[in-house]
Ligand binder design. Structure first.
Ligand code: COA
Length: 179
């Protein structure tokens, strides 16, 4: 199918909420009530984006900002909470554009040191996408999901401050090492 170029823009709660909730319910096992999306948008509009094709919302990414403290530094992290692209629009670079635009916005506007996310160990498409974008597996979180599946915690430094030691001091506590 030939599709016109997707437009990546900020989520608009009054126009896009129903589409995003629907995409989330149809394409992801982790579902959230509407207010969770609105609350995340309120706290971090720079990290909540949609992909629009011919007036239709066909993908979204929702992130939040988290702060962690090590002995001598503060690490600001962009946490990808949810990302999905409609099945009919996949493998056209939309997931890539959403991830990169969110990373750029959070680095520029919120001064994050790294991006991170959890992903099901069986989710090969998503893991491939994240690896292609420069994310590395920090470790595994056993039984992270409600159905008992393990997650990989994957991260990508976005600043000099995000030295490996500082990352291990903060996110490293949440994971078991994988070989
Ligand atoms: N198999 C293998 N690699 C894949 C893949 C697949 N099915 N889908 C994406 N990739 C990798 C490829 O390297 C691809 O590059 P290529 O097409 O040049 O080979 C790269 O990721 C970029 O893909 P892109 O087109 O930008 O991603 P997308 O728009 O298809 O969206 C997801 C990717 C993961 C967001 C989409 O598959 C999706 O919505 N899945 C269901 C929801 C989900 O699992 N979300 C992630 C939860 S952590």
């Amino acid at each position: 199918m030939e599709i016109s170029r997707p437009k990546i823009r900020r989520f608009d709660p009054s126009a896009d909420l129903n589409s995003v909730v629907k995409l989330n319910r149809v394409f992801l096992p982790e579902n959230y009530p509407s207010y969770f999306f609105v609350e995340n948008y309120r706290r971090c509009p720079e990290g909540f984006l949609v992909a629009e094709v011919e007036g239709r919302v066909v993908g979204y990414i929702m992130c939040r900002i988290e702060t962690a403290f090590t002995e001598d530094e503060t690490i600001k992290m962009g946490h990808v909470l949810s990302v999905a692209v409609d099945k009919d629009y996949r493998r056209r670079g939309i997931g890539t554009q959403l991830m990169l635009q969110a990373e750029e916005n959070l680095t520029r506007d919120r001064g994050i040191d790294l991006m991170y996310l959890e992903v099901r160990v069986s989710n090969e498409p998503a893991i491939s996408l994240y690896k292609k974008l420069g994310y590395a597996i920090l470790g595994m979180i056993p039984r992270y999901y409600a159905d008992g599946e393990d997650a990989y915690l994957m991260y990508k430094p976005t600043s000099e401050a995000a030295a490996r030691d500082a990352i291990m001091d903060t996110l490293g506590r949440r994971v078991r090492q994988v070989n």
